[in-house]
Design a protein around this ligand. Sequence first.
Ligand code: ZN
Length: 209
Amino acid sequence: MTPRAVSAADEGLLNCHSCGLLSKNVPNAHDRCPRCGAHLHLRKPDSLARTWALLIAAFLLYIPANILPVMHTASIIYEEDDTIMSGVVYLWTSGSWPLAILVFCASVTVPLAKLIALSVLAWTAQHKSTWRQQERTRLYRLVEFVGRWSMLDIFVVTLMVGLVHFQSLATISAGPGAVAFAAVVVLTMFAAMSFDPRLIWDPEQKQDD
Ligand SMILES: [Zn+2]
């Protein structure tokens, strides 16, 4: 038999989000950290409501991010609008398939996978599920980690803009799809930040009591 897991909240212990100082027996919810003065919370306030709001906004913007042009190319001879997918197809057919795979993963697969993963985490936490808690905690860490590399796609676009400027007289500008895409990335990062992973382990305590 495994010993009963004790949470910090059960023991009246509270960690400061800013400086990491552990406070004991904090009497009310709006107390401040004695060392750095940051607000202390047992759990992030309205964590699930905020996460859902940001996730829904990100899901909605994912559609224009993929349908609207992300890149507008104009030269004397031609003018062209490119969406993420047409860019991927162009890269693939022109022979730079490693770049095509990179752009496809970074701008289509990864953002959607992150949105689905966060929805699963928020949904299961909301329904106080005890299903695969350890894997869910790992999934959360993975989503947070991937967040730091999501701007990779913007980087690729910038690189291409630089290359085209270098090679020809064409001008490239970002289309409305790029704005929507950047918004999806930022909203997803905020959604991951507002989700409190400690909520995954809360049902465990309630079951034991
Ligand atoms: Zn502090």
